[in-house]
Design a protein around this ligand. Structure first.
Ligand SMILES: [Zn+2]
Length: 129
């Protein structure tokens, strides 16, 4: 279901059980561990490393999200102000820098959500057990 995939992607939770964390360190400020993921879900044991180099494809999603954010801000400026002042470009760049780590993680979560699907029975077992 789409709502499970959206929740898993933006809350950075396991796509199969929606309970386990996708990343080792929940902090978005520690750049050394920003992309560190456990080998599998702590709750349902879903393998997070599907194959070697699996997350390389997430770069395409990351690039798309970054472009949507940048052009979204510039587009809103064009619609509302009928121009793009320099300060709006600065705001867009700051938004990119501020959300860079979150976009990286969301893109990995979205990429994993393409191949891993929510399992109601597993999620029920995790909740009870
Ligand atoms: Zn899980």
């Amino acid at each position: 279901m789409l709502r499970h995939k959206v929740y898993s992607s933006f809350a950075l939770k396991c796509p199969r059980c929606l309970k386990g964390s996708l990343f080792v360190n929940p902090s978005l400020l520690n750049l050394k561990t920003i992309s560190d993921m456990p080998a599998c879900c702590a709750k349902c044991e879903q393998d997070y490393e599907i194959e070697i180099g699996f997350y390389q494809g997430a770069a395409f999603i990351s690039y798309t999200l970054s472009c949507l954010l940048m052009f979204g801000i510039l587009g809103i400026s064009l619609i509302v102000l009928r121009t793009v002042p320099k300060w709006v470009v600065g705001v867009a760049i700051l938004a990119e820098l501020f959300l860079m780590t979150y976009i990286l993680r969301v893109s990995r979560a979205m990429w994993l959500n393409i191949v891993v699907h929510y399992d109601k029975e597993i999620a029920k077992g995790v909740r009870e057990g």
